[in-house]
Design a protein around this ligand. Structure first.
Ligand code: SAM
Length: 254
């Protein structure tokens, strides 16, 4: 593998403290721009993917740089290990797959995409590209002002997380991904004491709808901030708005 394949996309890998490493914009990106594409591996489950990785020296090399999650979360292999594979090698491969893959018509594993950190107020989103049988994914900028050079690029590991209050978001991320979310939104809400408070009903902002998906970049994401930050908007409505924005961004992408 190329030593720094993300550099060709204008991305820089940096140490970001409590979140570990993360990818940062090395140049300005426009709203709606596709900033990254990758073809990865797909299998029925993380266990199947780990076995595929262990079976191929090339795949092992492709994942060697990845974060290894907390082993206490792992149940380990159900049956016998492949010939010549030690327990230690199994746990390393399984942990890398388990904590860096996501569910998209099966278990999808993208070795470079796995370097992006999660945020509950993301400035990018990932979307599947055709042909859909392949694990082929693009990342699209969904920040209303685009993404300025030097800004960390973050997407939501589980877009459902965007639409629930702080305590519930943290619970889901902790149980599915094994980390306590330290994104900017969680930190602001934590400092404001929202974890303990009953959430107040929001004033309804001016929201985008499905009918408006052909809007131009300028106002495409004008309602995004409100959508993410007003906890009282019904879950189904938030999801619809978020999906409409993403669909519009993909249509606008070159
Ligand atoms: C897919 S990896 C992302 C890249 C990783 N930071 C690295 O150094 O390789 C996922 C891991 O990054 C860390 N991480 C990602 N987003 C985070 C966030 N919002 N808050 C805290 N940790 C985060 C967690 O350790 C998580 O298990």
């Amino acid at each position: 593998m190329d030593l720094e394949p993300w550099a060709a996309y204008g991305l820089e890998l940096q140490d970001l403290g409590p979140k570990g490493r993360g990818l940062v914009a090395g140049k300005d990106f426009r709203c709606g721009e596709v900033l990254f594409r990758e073809k990865g591996f797909r299998a029925k489950s993380p266990e199947h993917l780990a076995l595929e990785v262990l079976a191929s020296a090339e795949a092992r090399a492709q994942v060697s740089h990845l974060h290894t999650g907390p082993l206490c979360h792992l149940e380990g292999h159900a049956g016998t290990l492949p010939h010549g594979v030690s327990e230690e090698e199994w746990f390393d491969a399984y942990s890398k797959v388990r904590f860096n893959s996501f569910e998209l018509n099966g278990c999808c594993f993208l070795p470079i995409m796995a370097l992006f950190n999660h945020s509950c107020a993301p400035n990018a989103a990932i979307t599947q590209l055709p042909p859909h049988e392949e694990c082929h994914t693009a990342m699209v900028v969904v920040a209303e002002q685009g993404i300025a050079r030097g800004t960390e690029i973050v997407y939501s590991y589980n877009s459902d997380c965007l639409f629930v209050p702080l305590r519930e978001r943290r619970k889901r991320l902790l149980s599915n991904w094994g980390f306590l979310c330290k994104c900017s939104r969680c930190q602001v809400e934590e400092e404001a004491g929202l974890e303990d408070d009953e959430e107040e009903p929001p004033e309804m902002p001016q929201l985008l709808s499905w009918e408006e998906v052909d809007l131009k970049n300028v106002n495409l994401f004008q309602a995004r901030h409100e959508v993410l930050h007003h906890p009282g908007i019904p879950f189904s409505e938030r999801k619809q708005i978020f999906s409409a924005q993403l669909a519009a961004a993909v249509q606008l992408a070159p």
